[in-house]
Design a protein. Sequence first.
Length: 149
Amino acid sequence: MEKYKALFDLVSTGKMVEWEKMGTVEDGYCYDEIKLGDEAPFKFRAGEENFIGDLVAEFPSEEKAIKEYVRLCKRANKSADMYFYGKMFPKFIQRLLNKYLNAEYFGYVQERSERTLSEHVKFYERKPRSLICNVRTHTFTRARVLLDH
């Protein structure tokens, strides 16, 4: 999220923007819980290391796929930068950017999660695929605007 700090500083009209962890100390900064059937919920804790570590602890045979999934998420996120930065420009420039620079991003957004996880990342177990397909966000922090009061 640090890569967006300069942009948030620019649009926050003089208010300081600070990143805050989601969740609480008590829940280990859990930002989401997924419950599959009658099983206990799986908690997704904030931070990339926690995301990977917690999933690997639960599904050690899927370590390679979990790490590949995170790598693919980072690549998809990076490919989205030009698309979202392009929104600041007039429509004709957005169309040019979309045509010539955003093909990779559009490829990611048009593919279903289940297909990506089974064909590209190669998860073999159904449970970790189901957990990841149901997690609401891959954002490990959220922005909080500190008001000057």
